[in-house]
Every structure is written in C-alpha cells, then in structure tokens.
Design a protein around this ligand. Structure first.
Ligand SMILES: Nc1ncnc2c1ncn2[C@@H]1O[C@H](COP(=O)(O)OP(=O)(O)OP(=O)(O)O)[C@@H](O)[C@H]1O
Ligand SMILES: [Mg+2]
Length: 506
C-alpha cells in the first residue's frame, strides 16, 4: 500500500530521518516504535505532507506520489491523528470536524448533512462526543476523539495514529484497539505510533523500530516478545521493577478541606473533597477521565478558582493565591496539558527551564535577565535530564519532540525548590526508558521527603508508584487503598462507580 524509499529529513544539523526505507501492507496494522525523538512523528508527517523529505520517494499502490501538503495527502486517502491536536479551541466539535470540508448552501454554512454523517461515525465506532460543545471545554481525551472522527469524516483509507492512546483511559484504550482492528478488517491500512508495547502486542501485525532516525528493524509482532522490542528500541537491557523502600511519612504538606467546584445550577464537578498528602508519600488519584480530577488539580495548582472549601500548603491557606505564590511557597507542577500550561512554545528550551524562577537571582539582576546565568543553568539541566533536541538550549520548545518537551518540564519542576510535587499524567507520551526515568524521579522525590500527588489515568502507573490510592468517581472519592492492597480489577470497579465505600476517609 505504502512504500517509503530512502527517506531522509534533516532539521539543521540534526538528522531526524536517516535513509529510511519501509513498506506497509494493505490492511495491516503497522506499529512504529522508538524512543522520544527517534523520528516517528517526522516520518509520518512527511507521509502526511506536513514536511517535505530532503530526499527519498513515496509510493502509494506502486505509484510514485508527491505529497506537498495535507490536502494532497487527503486526496490520496491518507489521514492522520496528530500527537498534538490541531483543533480550533473556540470552535465547536462539529465545526472542527468539518473544517476545510464544509458544505455551503447559498453561501451559508450548512451543517445538517455533516451533522448526520458525524453522528453516524460516532455511533458506529462508539466515539462519544457532544457535537455542539466548544473544544476548549473538552477534556484531552475527548479532544482526541474529535481528531479521530475528523479523520474518519474524510474517508481516509490510510490512517496514521500518532500516539492515540497516550491520553485515553484504560476502557477507552480497549475500545480504540477494537476500532483499529475493525478498520483493518474493513480494508483500511493503519500506522500506529505508540510507546505502549502491550498495545502493539494486542493489535499490530508488524512493528518497525526506529532509533535516532535510523530504521533498526521491522519485526513480526507474533514472533517477538515485548521485552525484545523494547531492548531493540533502547539498545540495552531494561528493568521494569521499582524498588520503593518502606518509610514513615512526615507532616502534612498539602491539605484539602471540603473543596467544591461547581458552576451555578450545574452538578458539582468536585463535590466536597477532603484529603491530605504527607511528606514522604506518593498519593495516587485514580479515576476515569472526566470524573473531576482535572478540576481538582486545577484548583490546587491555581489554574481554576475553587467554588468553596480550603487548600492549605505547608499550613498556609493558598485557596485564593496566585500561581506564582503557590510556586514560591513550595509547589511544583507537571501539568496535564504540557503545551498549554507547561511551556511557552515559542521560547527556547533554556528560557522554558527558568519559567518558575527567572525573576529571582541569579537569573535576574537589577531588573535585567542574566542570559549567561540562564544558559549555564540550562546546560546543567539538559545534561542531567538528558533532554534531546536539534539545537540544544536554543531549540524552540515547539520544535522539540513530545517526550522531550515533557522532560524539560519535569527537569524544571524537579530542580526548583519545592516540597510538594503535583504530577498529572507525568509520563504521557514518554518512551519506556524515559518513563522509568520519570518514575524514578518521583520515587526519589518521595524518598527525599517531598509530598507527591500523582494523578494519572494509567492504572499501572498509579499501582506501581503510590503509597496510597484514592479513587475519584463523579467528583467524589469512593475508595481508598494502602499500597499493595488493591488490584487493577478491584480499582476498576470503583473507577466505574460499581463499588463504593470509603473506609477511612479523612
Ligand atoms: N520542526 C522541527 N524543527 C526542528 N527540529 C525538529 C522539528 N521537528 C522535529 N524535530 C526534531 O527531530 C527529532 C525527531 O522528532 P520527532 O518528533 O519525529 O520524534 P518522535 O520519534 O515522534 O518522538 P516522541 O516519541 O517524543 O514523539 C527530534 O530531535 C526533534 O527535536
Ligand atoms: Mg512523536
């Protein structure tokens, strides 16, 4: 179906794709695996016409094609769900889906036909969406669904998914995997970029492994273990087990009392929540996306104003504090939406690394930024956290690969003075090596006496790291578990609201 021949793409001195030749068969699910920055998104962006290869050819059905832009790609039946969504925040779901493919009547936008078609797609593939909601009000997972429907709406035959499950809840992932299989069975050809080896095992026929721009190998998924794939990808042996020593917790660092978030006349999204996080523990909040965890964290970190209740950080009431004050008072934050709340995309990496303390010495002196101090400091963090990008500290955050953007945020937040770390989906989109690294950072935080609040849709992450787990359902905590007292199945029942019973809620 697709043949890539000798594709090379450079950004400045960096070779993002180095002489890659790869064929993808009709109606197969072909996985692309590789570390952050290996060149997966670049390669697929070339196929989708977002980038032009410096050299090399693309054949579709044995025919040489020129794909100069996404419209060319669309005409050739190629669709792509991007790693970072390309949606218009102020438009509705429906408007986003049809954008560029609008029907008009007498010069006016006609949505009736489009709405019907979109509703059919949503129903066929169980993709739940409120078509009239604005994108900016949607959870990240719902935005992902919009991207998928947008592609299906264009009748694409070759579907490229760039880390589609990074933002989905376990149930949604299962659903999507079924959808992918259906697509393949109905003759569509699928490229699936993912860092999750179990997904590759579940659905993919073949898997191509990239490392630093080079295609290492294409393997049959049936005949290769996940461990083998992982090791080909990172080029060394890896260990998935963590050693988390037992330790006593210290004082309460974060205390949340009777916290509520409610829009007038609507159901409370966070409904009288109480909990605390102590020094030296990782408290995990598990829950299916959309159960209030986003609003809860946003109130704690200052992105959203609480309706009522109290938030104490190191015994100080911060319920109404501005964000900078919370940061100065000891809060670090790895936000859910890294591009929107974690980075200034058009600043370079070095400047992004001092966003929390550029106004303090040594980065600021006599009202001026000290560039040398900023760049020297960034050298240290880039080295220590192994942040990779084309132009090092001078790279714009926008140009960095998703995983490396996340590493930059983590570097900044871990390194600044703090005793509370609020980590929301901290390993979303990270490769296996980087995931283990971030987990180790959070464990170190805990071992060093920091309080860690971990919010994640990934149950394995919660189970692996948390000393204590709270399950949130419809804005309330419905279950609390000590380490090793909960199985994934049991947590799942609480997360789905089937079981309830908070034994010792505080
Ligand atoms: N527009 C750009 N300008 C400069 N460098 C870029 C650009 N796009 C990508 N790069 C660089 O090319 C390399 C490959 O990036 P790419 O996004 O393809 O990686 P990836 O395999 O998709 O990684 P991830 O798993 O983190 O998404 C990275 O080093 C990245 O910084
Ligand atoms: Mg990518």
């Amino acid at each position: 179906m697709i043949r890539l021949e000798h594709i090379t793409k450079t950004f400045g001195s960096l070779i993002a794709n180095n002489d890659i030749s790869l064929d993808i068969k009709k109606s197969e699910i072909h996985a692309l695996l590789g570390e952050n920055g290996a060149g997966k998104s670049t390669l697929m962006s070339i196929l989708f016409g977002l980038y032009q290869a410096d050299s090399g050819n693309i054949y579709i059905n044995d025919e040489l094609v020129m794909i100069k832009n996404p419209n060319d790609a669309n005409r050739l039946g190629i669709g792509m769900v991007h790693q970072h969504f390309k949606l218009v925040e102020t438009f509705t779901v429906l408007e986003n889906i049809i954008l560029g493919k609008e029907d008009t009547k007498y010069g006016f936008l006609s949505l009736i036909e489009a709405r019907k078609k979109v509703e059919e797609i949503c129903e066929t593939y169980h993709l739940h969406l409120d078509l009239d909601e604005k994108i900016k009000n949607l959870t990240v997972a719902a935005q992902q669904r919009v991207e998928i429907v947008k592609m299906l709406y264009r009748n694409a035959e070759i579907l490229i998914f760039d880390e589609p499950t990074a933002v989905l809840a376990p149930q949604e992932i299962d659903e999507l995997m079924k959808i992918l299989k259906n697509f393949a069975q109905s003759g569509k050809t699928i490229v699936l970029i993912t860092h999750k080896l179990n997904e590759i095992k579940m659905v993919a026929d073949r898997c191509s492994i990239l490392k630093r721009g080079v295609l290492i190998k294409t393997v049959d998924v049936d005949k290769t273990t996940t461990k083998e794939m992982a090791e080909m990808m990172v080029g060394r042996q890896i260990n998935f087990e963590y050693d988390i020593p037992k330790q006593k917790t210290g004082k309460s660092v974060l205390v949340v009392e009777d916290l509520v978030y409610q829009v007038k006349n609507e159901k409370a999204l966070v409904n009288h929540v109480n909990f605390e996080v102590k020094s030296g523990e990782i408290l995990g909040i598990a829950g299916i996306d959309g159960n209030g965890q986003t609003q809860l964290v946003e109130m704690i970190t200052g992105l959203r104003t609480a309706t009522s209740g109290k938030i104490l950080l190191n015994d100080k009431d911060i319920t109404k504090s501005e964000i900078r004050k919370r940061s100065a008072d000891g809060m670090s934050h790895i936000p859910e939406n890294r591009q929107k709340h974690g980075l200034v995309l058009d600043f370079n990496l070095a400047y992004n690394l001092v966003l929390q303390n550029y106004y303090k010495e040594p980065f600021q002196k006599h009202g001026f930024l000290d560039k040398k101090a900023i760049y020297d400091y960034s050298d240290v963090l880039i080295e220590k956290f192994d942040i990779r990008s084309a132009d090092g500290k001078f790279s714009s955050a926008r140009s960095m690969s998703g995983g490396n953007q996340q590493k930059a945020i983590i570097a900044r937040e871990v390194d600044k003075p703090h005793n509370l770390m609020v980590a929301v989906q901290p390993t979303r989109g990270l490769d296996i090596g980087a995931t283990i690294y971030v987990h180790q950072q959070l464990i170190n935080e805990r071992n060093n006496g920091q309080a860690v609040l971990l919010v994640s849709l990934e149950l394995d992450e919660i189970l692996d790291l948390s000393d204590r787990i709270l399950v949130i359902y419809e804005g309330k905590f419905v279950g609390e578990f000590e380490k090793d007292k909960a199985t994934a199945e049991e947590l799942g029942l609480y997360m789905a609201g089937i079981k309830e019973g908070l034994t010792h809620a505080k």
